[in-house]
Design a protein around this ligand. Structure first.
Ligand SMILES: NC(=O)c1ccc[n+]([C@@H]2O[C@H](COP(=O)([O-])OP(=O)(O)OC[C@H]3O[C@@H](n4cnc5c(N)ncnc54)[C@H](OP(=O)(O)O)[C@@H]3O)[C@@H](O)[C@H]2O)c1
Length: 350
C-alpha cells in the first residue's frame, strides 16, 4: 500500500456548509463564521484506491474548517489552521499534502507551508494537473464542435495567478486573441513582458474581455460570482476552474446557449473504498461529486503518491510547464481520465 497522502478540503461557502449539514440551515452566515473559526482540522474521510497498474494507494481528506472568504479575510488564522492540519497529517503518517481550493491560495500559494515544514512533509496545490486537464477538456469540446482555436478569442480571468498564468503562457500561440484579466495592473504588465506576444491583451475589465471572447477560462481567488449572463457572447464556452465557482447561477438558468464546463474533473481508475466518513455522509455529500470522480488537484496528489514522488510539486505562482506535461503523462499511465462535466445548479457558487 502506498501513502498515505493527505488532502485539505474546506466548506467553500455557507451554501456548501448547509449542503453538507442541512441542520445548520437556520443558522446565519455570521454565526457560522464565528463558530467555525474555533474548530480544529479533522479527518472527514479516508480513501483507498487501486490504479490500473495495480498500485494500491491510501489517503485521507482533512477538513480545514474555514469558508473561502475567511481564508482571504484572515490569512493569519488560515495559516494557523493549515499548520494544525499539516501536523495532523504528519500524525497519521502522511508524506504529501494536497492543498484544495483556498488552502492553496494563502501563504504564497503553499510556499510558506513548505518553508514551515522543511523536509518533514511535502505539498502540492494540484495546479499542474488542473491546467493540463482543463486544456484537454477544452480541446475535446473544440474537436466535437469542429472549432479551430486560431479563429477564437479567449479571456483568461485570474491570468496572473498560479493556474491562470500557466494557462495563458501555454495557450497564447494557439488562439486568435488572448485577453488576460486580473485586478493588479503591475502583475498584468509583468505577465505581458514575460509572454511577449502580439495577440496578448491585458485588462482589468472582466466585462469587456468576456464580451469579446468566444471562450472564457476563469481561475480566480475571488470566492464570489463574477461572470454574469450579460457578459457572455452568444454560444460562448466557459471553463470555470475556480472553487467556489465564479459563474453566476443566472448564467446556468438563463443562458442555455452557453456551455459552462467544470474545470478539472477527473475520473478515477477504479471505484475507491471509503472509511470513517464524517457524520456517516457519503463521498458525494462531502465533496459534491460521484464516488469515482475527484478534482484534478486531488488526482495530482493521488498520482504523486502512486509514483512515491514525495516532493513539493506544484507550489508557488510559477508553475513549471514540464511538470504540467509530466503529471498529465503519469495520470494517464495510472488510468486517470479527464472528464467532461457541465456545471449544474448545485449552489456551490455565491
Ligand atoms: N478545479 C481544480 O482542481 C482546482 C485546483 C486548484 C485550484 N483551483 C481553484 O482555482 C482558483 C485559482 O487558483 P490559483 O491557485 O491559480 O489562485 P491564485 O494563484 O491566488 O490566483 C488568483 C488570480 O485571480 C485574480 N483575481 C482575484 N480576484 C479577482 C477578481 N475579482 N477579478 C479578476 N481577477 C481576480 C488574481 O489577480 P489579482 O489579485 O490581481 O486580481 C490572480 O490572478 C481558485 O478558486 C482555486 O480554488 C481549482
Amino acid at each position: 500500500m502506498k501513502g498515505p497522502f493527505a488532502f485539505f478540503i474546506h466548506p467553500l461557502n455557507v451554501k456548501d456548509l448547509y449542503r453538507v449539514i442541512p441542520s445548520l440551515q437556520n443558522k446565519s452566515l455570521e454565526f457560522l463564521e464565528s463558530v467555525i473559526k474555533f474548530i480544529d482540522p479533522f479527518v472527514a474521510v479516508e480513501m483507498e484506491i487501486e490504479t490500473t497498474l495495480k498500485e494500491k494507494i491510501y489517503g485521507m481528506f482533512i477538513v480545514i474548517p474555514l469558508l473561502s472568504k475567511q481564508f482571504i479575510e484572515d490569512e493569519k488564522l488560515a495559516m494557523n489552521k493549515l499548520i494544525k492540519g499539516s501536523n495532523l497529517a504528519i500524525k497519521f503518517g502522511a508524506k504529501i499534502v494536497g492543498l484544495g481550493a483556498f488552502t492553496s491560495i494563502v501563504g504564497k500559494a503553499g510556499m510558506n507551508l513548505v518553508k514551515n515544514f522543511g523536509g518533514t512533509l511535502c505539498f502540492t496545490s494540484g495546479a499542474s494537473y488542473t491546467v493540463a486537464s482543463c486544456l484537454e477538456i477544452l480541446d475535446d469540446v473544440f474537436n466535437r464542435r469542429k472549432l479551430d482555436k486560431r479563429s477564437l478569442n479567449v479571456a483568461v480571468i485570474g491570468a496572473t495567478g498560479a493556474i491562470g498564468k500557466a494557462i495563458t503562457k501555454l495557450i497564447v500561440k494557439d488562439y486568435k486573441k488572448v485577453f488576460a484579466v486580473a485586478r493588479n495592473k503591475t502583475r498584468l504588465n509583468v505577465l505581458k513582458n514575460e509572454v511577449r506576444a502580439d495577440n496578448l491583451f491585458i485588462s482589468t475589465d472582466i466585462f469587456n474581455a468576456c464580451m469579446n471572447a468566444d471562450v472564457v477560462i476563469t481561475a480566480t481567488s475571488n470566492p464570489y460570482e463574477i461572470i454574469f449572463p450579460q457578459y457572455l457572447k452568444k454560444g460562448a464556452i466557459v471553463c470555470d476552474i475556480s472553487m467556489p465557482h465564479n459563474t453566476s447561477e443566472e448564467v446556468l438558468k438563463n443562458r442555455k446557449d452557453v456551455l459552462v464546463i467544470e474545470g478539472g474533473v477527473i475520473e478515477l481508475p477504479s471505484e475507491p473504498t471509503f472509511r470513517r466518513l464524517f457524520n456517516d455522509l457519503s463521498w458525494n455529500d462531502i465533496v459534491g461529486f460521484p464516488e469515482n470522480n475527484v478534482l484534478a488537484c486531488m488526482a495530482e496528489t493521488i498520482v504523486l503518491t502512486a509514483e512515491e514522488r514525495y516532493e513539493n510539486y506544484s507550489i508557488g505562482r510559477n508553475i513549471d510547464e514540464n511538470k504540467i506535461l509530466e503529471i498529465n503523462h503519469l495520470a494517464k499511465k495510472h488510468g486517470f481520465k479527464v472528464k467532461m462535466k457541465e456545471i449544474e445548479m448545485i449552489s456551490r457558487t455565491g
